[in-house]
Design a protein around this ligand. Structure first.
Ligand SMILES: Cc1cc2nc3c(=O)[nH]c(=O)nc-3n(C[C@H](O)[C@H](O)[C@H](O)COP(=O)(O)OP(=O)(O)OC[C@H]3O[C@@H](n4cnc5c(N)ncnc54)[C@H](O)[C@@H]3O)c2cc1C
Length: 492
């Protein structure tokens, strides 16, 4: 096995596909074994060798039509959200510990989402971690009621460790969301640490080989070294918060893992739908149809042939675009830099277009291949993999709202130099129409809230996001063609 062929990932995926039943314990054990193997993807490859990190995700996604979403989510939560956050936010000493955790096959979960907060709320959280000067550690609490309870936490019922995102309070002052690496379960029986309670989210329509949990913290005591402290720490001698790197907030670095996650999810969606097209085409190439004369194969019926042509062209175009985003992000990761606004926008576009494109193509293919699409094992039984891609690491709707809001904000400020502002006539026109809708809403009701006014223009908001997506993709592919020297005068 070479370092980059990911034979270990393929072998585990094939073994799981053969298993008669994929209970959560079995798949958790399979991940443990994969993680702890010699030569496996390391917990810091996301920064040290990001191309390898993305390739491993793609390798696993080639099995998603048979395995469904459970194991892929487990893998990306382990490597991107859990280990990747530790790598991004951890001090050198904390990063060094990651290799020990990997060799032990430590499973980790990532506790960000809460019943009333999470990625959709702009990473705001209600869970708080108070510095306790007397004991020299942190006290983590979900707070009163259910709003701060973490939910949908993947691997939450099987993980040994967790990265918990909580608001850090020192001497009663809030320093915003920070990441804490805590031990959840200990000993041979995996007893839960005192102060943590968990429960099953319940049976899902798909991916039941992945455990999803709600997790509560009630006076959970975490030692001082649990704070992932590369960018900020509490000085135990003074009890004061110390920002370690000017201009970088811990929060921005937590967001970094969402960028890697978005690229990995975009590629997984495209890998899934390409595999679905390949497998279906293999079937339709040899499936005879009645009344077809000299071209009897199902593949040759015109609507299906056209869909294959369009589908592969779309997947190729999207793949090339996402690959460009991956390459640019890899450069930032290796240099430990936060992507600039233009790349953040491009990655959001990648996630939206790849996932929505894959969903559209999978749905349309299903309509054209008759009874085959009903059969178990064809991949159509696992198309909810794409549903999971839609809300993972930033929901498509939320990302679309952000694209439109950034553009409209620049329009309102008349900021023509904004990198993510108005860049075309049609974007200007849509911003003007959104502005008119909002003015009408305010004239109709002086007490209308900002959100209500914005919502009154929701069709134009999503239209603006769609126009930005197409323009950004077009610009990037044009830039790539120009860099490759394949732009001629006639193309200009
Ligand atoms: C299988 C699975 C695994 C997960 N694993 C983890 C994990 O390991 N760790 C973790 O922290 N979280 C995890 N999550 C949580 C995941 O990130 C959230 O589910 C996601 O943020 C969406 O939350 P929701 O489904 O409750 O959406 P809701 O808030 O109920 O929203 C439903 C839909 O409404 C739309 N919508 C919502 N708000 C807005 C808005 N402001 N404007 C416009 N449209 C809006 C969106 O289309 C959205 O999909 C997981 C979720 C699932 C289902």
């Amino acid at each position: 096995m070479t370092r980059d062929d990911h034979a270990d990932v393929h072998a585990v995926a094939r073994a799981l596909a053969r298993a008669p039943k994929r209970a959560t314990r079995r798949t958790a054990k399979a991940l443990r074994a994969l993680v702890s193997r010699r030569g496996a993807l390391t917990f810091t490859d996301v920064e040290d060798d990001p191309a390898r990190f993305f390739a491993a995700h793609r390798a696993l996604a080639t099995h998603a039509t048979t395995l469904g979403p459970g194991f892929w989510i487990r893998f990306t939560v382990q490597y991107n959200l859990f280990a990747g956050t530790c790598a991004a936010l951890g001090t050198e000493a904390q990063r060094a510990r990651l290799e020990t955790l990997r060799r032990r096959g430590t499973l980790g979960c990532f506790c960000l989402t809460e019943r009333l907060a999470g990625v959709n709320s702009g990473l705001v959280v209600h869970t708080r971690a108070d510095w306790d000067g007397k004991t020299g550690g942190y006290v983590i609490n979900s707070g009163e009621g259910d709003g701060g309870t973490k939910n949908w936490i993947s691997q939450g019922l099987t993980a040994d460790a967790a990265v918990v995102v909580a608001n850090l309070f020192v001497k009663g002052r809030s320093f915003g969301p920070h990441g804490f690496l805590v031990t959840m379960r200990e000993g041979a029986f995996g007893r839960l640490a005192r102060g943590i309670t968990v429960g099953d989210m319940g049976l899902k329509t798909t991916g039941n080989d992945l455990d999803n949990a709600w997790v509560r913290f009630d006076d959970f005591r975490a030692p001082a070294e649990s704070l992932l402290a590369k960018y900020g720490d509490v000085d135990a001698s003074t009890g004061e918060y110390v920002a370690k790197k000017e201009g970088i907030r811990t929060m921005d670095m937590i967001g970094q893992r969402l960028f890697t996650g978005r690229v990995a999810v975009a590629q997984a969606a495209l890998t899934f739908v390409r595999r679905l097209f390949d497998d279906t085409k293999r079937y339709s190439d040899q499936k005879p149809c009645t009344m077809r004369g000299d071209s009897p194969a199902l593949t040759d019926v015109p609507q299906l042939r056209a869909l294959y042509d369009e589908g592969y062209a779309t997947i190729d175009r999207l793949d090339a675009y996402v690959k460009q985003c991956e390459n640019e992000l890899c450069q930032c990761l290796r240099r430990r830099e936060i992507p600039d606004a233009v790349l953040v926008q491009a990655i959001a576009v990648a996630k939206i277009k790849a996932v929505e494109g894959a969903i559209d193509l999978a749905f349309r293919l299903k309509q054209e291949v008759g009874s085959y699409a009903l059969m178990s094992g064809t991949g159509f039984d696992n198309t909810d993999f794409l549903q999971c891609c839609k809300f993972a690491e930033g929901d498509s709707r939320i990302l679309s709202q952000k694209l439109a809001r950034d553009c409209f904000g620049a329009f309102q400020r008349n900021d023509q130099r904004s990198a993510v502002g108005v860049k075309s006539e049609i974007e200007l026109d849509l911003c003007q129409r959104i502005d008119e809708h909002m003015r009408d809403a305010r004239e109709a009701n002086a007490n209308v809230s900002k959100i209500e006014a914005w919502d009154s223009a929701w069709r134009e908001v999503y239209r603006l996001a769609e126009v930005i997506c197409e323009r950004v993709m077009h610009e990037k592919s044009f830039a790539a063609a120009a860099a490759a020297g394949s732009v001629t005068r006639s193309k200009l």
